[in-house]
Design a protein around this ligand. Structure first.
Ligand code: AHR
Length: 339
């Protein structure tokens, strides 16, 4: 009788211990892979790999959540489709990850899946682009860019460049606007700034506007088409919502032998600040590059470490960003650039 009781208590203690360990950590099954099950598991959903910028974001997050630091990162590429991202988040929930990082392709349409994550008690950190949801408690924190401020930086530059206060009749400023993925935060912030400025300045005209999906190929196509319909001599500004689009627009201008950039009529504006774009800015081919910083891994790491410590985290963290023009750029700045 006594022997039975001892065994019984031993079994009970063992079962309770196993439960405590299982509750504290992710239920992701590592048993078949032989991986370390003490790692904190983070599911990372990216919208795609449309730009060098996004590849830099992926690398930054992978570097921040390494096994050496006690993390296991599960990375999913949504192949430019929101449905895929929603499916990936559901998979993370089923896997019982400890945290989810979501870089949302567009701002809306996330309520249901974020509610599912909340019900599963998995904190969600939104990164890079933002979401618009019915209840902000559906996510724990946002880490990313202030896209409205990025757009306003570009507008301040254009306002200074095209200021014609003394002129009796203002010369028109004709703008070709190549937008990013419609409904995404960077597109909304950068487009809103330009559209508002065009309303505020009577002589600013958006003479062409189309969506380049943040890609070089689409932007080139848009520019080739625009040049068939518009006299290139009437173009003043090409406002590209990221570096890839600027590369595409410039490729079309090069093929048509149309000069642009420093010392020419056409001003080229870009966002991101990749090494290649900064080289072109230093060469005078891109007039202004507004930085959008993809090195967000360390910020996300800090947030999750704070949550692990049971600390409160800021709801919004904006990444530091600046802008570049030829005059303030140097080869050293470009060399030291990580992306
Ligand atoms: O969300 C950030 C934007 O997305 C970057 O400007 C762009 O390059 C990327 O594709």
């Amino acid at each position: 009788m006594i022997r039975f009781k001892k065994r019984y208590w031993l079994l009970l203690t063992f079962t309770l211990l196993a439960c405590v360990i299982a509750c504290g950590k992710s239920t992701v099954d590592n048993s078949t892979t032989g991986e370390n099950s003490d790692l904190i598991v983070v599911g990372f959903s990216q919208p795609g790999a449309e730009s060098a910028w996004r590849v830099a974001l992926t690398d930054s997050v992978k570097e921040a959540f390494s096994e050496e630091k006690g993390y296991k990162l599960i990375y999913k590429d949504g192949q430019s489709k929101q449905d895929n991202q929603i499916r990936d988040i559901r998979t993370f929930i089923q896997q019982g990850v400890d945290y989810i990082i979501l870089s949302p392709i567009v701002e809306t349409g996330w309520d249901t899946v974020l509610m599912e994550a909340k019900q599963a008690e998995i904190p969600v950190i939104i990164c890079d682009r933002n979401v618009v949801v019915s209840n902000e408690s559906l996510y724990t924190a946002f880490v990313g860019s202030d896209f409205v401020s990025e757009g306003e930086t570009a507008i301040s530059y254009l306002e200074k460049k095209y200021e014609q206060a003394d002129a009796e009749e203002q010369e028109p400023v004709n703008i070709i606007h190549i937008q990013g993925t419609i409904g995404s935060s960077p597109q909304i912030g950068r487009s809103t700034a330009l559209e508002k400025a065009a309303e505020d300045h009577e002589n600013w005209n958006i003479i062409a506007q189309d969506c380049g999906e943040f890609t070089k190929a689409k932007a080139k196509e848009i520019m080739v088409n625009a040049l068939q319909e518009i006299d290139s001599k009437s173009i003043d500004v090409i406002y590209c919502e990221n570096d890839e689009e600027a590369f595409g627009a410039m490729a079309a201008l090069n093929e048509a032998n149309i000069p642009y950039g420093d010392g020419h009529k056409i001003t080229v504006i870009s966002f991101d600040g990749s090494k290649s774009a900064l080289e072109l800015c230093l060469n005078g081919q891109i007039n202004l590059v507004v930085e959008c910083n993809p090195l967000q891994g360390p910020y996300l790491y800090n947030i999750i470490e704070m949550l692990e410590e049971g600390m409160r985290v800021p709801k919004i963290t904006y990444i530091d960003e600046k802008y570049f023009v030829k005059e303030t750029l140097s080869e050293d700045t470009i060399k030291s650039r990580k992306y």
